[in-house]
Write a protein that binds this ligand. Structure first.
Ligand code: AHR
Length: 505
């Protein structure tokens, strides 16, 4: 059994872990919005103004910080004026990216903002660069955020909303290298500057403009964008066109044509998945290194506004709907990502899991009026104490906690820690499929009070939750934490995620 030590200096504070690293993403894709968040006012499913209330309740329990909408690829064919006014008069369109289904625009700007208000989450709106216009995007910002009197303000008021909303996070396009217009980086950079120029700060509403960035390890894209979108040290106003630059990374262990099933996989598939999940560490470091060249003061945030597992769709479901199950394997992908996010908190300002409901690595799966919380949901819940906490570096000494996977070595232990409101929170993942791991938490610099812990695991990595077995993978209390002269000691079960919390004295 691997024997590891995690040294944590409780008195050496790192950067703040932005709560926005726990952000979410909801696209007009499959059953995320329609038959997901949105059931309509006439639905027998309990709702407020058409928004499904059990979903709201479940997400509020995560302290969901923000929600990105309306896409994804859909954002670049979405025309916001089609989604305002009386619902039965709204124009329809075809959602060409996702299933070629008809979009009735019943869920639009007002519905999205109402959803954010119910969730207590900040909106993150992704504007259309691929097939929209500068004027269209500029007017959307005006419609949402301007006070007083103006053409868009009058339109908003005519649609029943007197007060402007507050919107901070604004995406300028999505995947401009692909579904968002198939552009070259140089062109995307110029276009992004142009669009950003007309996304105005109205009154005291200050936008955090996010340029659509790279995929995976395309550092050249990041380099071009950073070189062309930033204006550091130049005399022009505004000094910076953007406050954030995005990139996307999905955990896909197989080839695109055969990504594998979400719950039918073997141990080898599992380890390959975890190697791919851990790759995000190098990617964040790589994009950050490029950004450091142009922005050494780290004023521009890196925004991973799409991440998560991407499997083959569940057999029998619409291939364009990206519906997949979610097992303990997905939960460990999430817990590993969060440890890595915490480590990069100085540059990484936001991350958005794709996607919140019924699509890809969802938090929630619905079937009619039933709702299931996925294993990934529980990781978000168990980790929520890290939001806006001060990160504490964890030094892991775990030489024998390794697996050889093809020609790579997979570290099978992952950890992170933070402090907030006088409490320590430690997250530990044992990625080994079979072996438990003994861990000593060597806590230095401060003392702690009595610790309590919870563990998320199951008999099999393939285990998942269904309406019939909703708690097959759910957190339970973990009592076997020993106090030693160096701190704490515990044995992590194989394929498990554990959080430990204690008052700091
Ligand atoms: O999340 C699904 C899709 O993945 C998004 O629409 C797109 O941005 C990405 O390619």
């Amino acid at each position: 059994m691997p024997n590891a030590t995690a040294v944590i200096n409780l008195d050496i504070e790192g950067p703040t872990i932005s709560r926005h690293l726990y952000g979410h993403f909801a696209e007009h894709l499959g059953r995320c919005i329609y038959d997901g968040f949105w059931v309509g006012e006439d639905s027998p499913v309990p709702n407020e103004g058409g928004i499904r209330l059990d979903i709201v309740q479940a997400l509020r329990a995560l302290d969901i910080p923000n929600l990105r909408w309306p896409g994804g690829c859909f954002a670049d064919e979405y025309h916001w004026k089609d989604g305002i006014g009386p619902r039965d008069e709204r124009p329809r369109m075809v959602n060409t990216h996702w299933g070629n289904v008809e979009e009735n625009n019943h869920f639009g700007t007002h519905e999205f903002m109402a959803l954010c208000e119910l969730l207590g989450a900040e909106p993150y709106i992704s504007g259309n660069v691929g097939s929209g216009t500068v004027q269209e995007m500029s007017e959307w910002v005006e419609y949402l955020t301007r006070d007083g009197d103006s053409p868009m303000v009058r339109l908003r008021k005519a649609n029943g909303r007197e007060e402007p909303w507050r919107v901070k996070y604004w995406g300028i396009g999505n995947e401009t290298w692909g579904c968002g217009g198939n552009m070259r980086a140089e062109y995307a950079a110029d276009l992004s500057r142009q669009y950003a120029t007309y996304c105005r700060d109205h009154g005291d509403n200050k936008l955090y403009r996010i340029a659509s960035g790279a995929s995976d390890d395309d550092y050249k894209w990041t380099e071009t964008l950073m070189r062309q979108i930033s204006c550091f040290g130049c005399e022009a106003t505004p000094k910076n066109y953007f406050q954030g630059l995005s990139f996307h990374y999905y955990t896909i262990p197989g080839p695109w044509e055969s990504k594998g099933n979400s719950i039918v996989f073997d141990t080898e598939d599992y380890y390959r998945t975890m190697v791919q999940a851990r790759r995000v560490d190098r990617l964040i470091a790589g994009h950050s290194a490029v950004m450091d060249v142009y922005d050494p003061g780290r004023t521009v945030g890196l925004v991973l506004d799409e991440w998560g597992t991407w499997w083959d769709v569940e057999p029998g479901t619409n291939p364009g709907f990206l519906f997949q199950q979610n097992s303990l394997r997905d939960a460990l992908v999430a817990s590993t990502h969060f440890d890595i996010f915490h480590k990069h908190a100085a540059r990484l300002h936001m991350a958005n899991i794709a996607q919140t409901v019924n699509v890809l690595q969802a938090m929630i799966l619905t079937d009619g009026d039933s709702l299931v919380l996925t294993p990934s949901y529980h990781v978000f819940e168990m980790n929520k104490g890290h939001q806006d906490a001060t990160s504490l570096a964890v030094h892991l000494r775990a030489d024998d906690a390794r697996r050889t996977v093809g020609d790579t070595e997979l570290d099978t232990l992952s950890a992170s820690a933070s402090a907030k409101d006088g409490r320590l929170l430690v997250s530990l993942s044992n990625l080994d499929a079979e072996e438990p791991a003994e861990i000593t938490l060597d806590l230095r610099g401060r003392s702690i009070g009595t610790a309590s812990a919870r563990v998320l695991t199951a008999d099999r990595l393939q285990d998942h939750n269904t309406p019939q077995t909703p708690a097959a993978v759910a957190p339970r209390a973990f009592d076997d934490v020993k106090v030693t002269d160096r701190g704490l000691a515990l044995t992590l079960p194989p394929h498990s995620f554990l959080t430990l919390s204690a008052p700091l004295l």
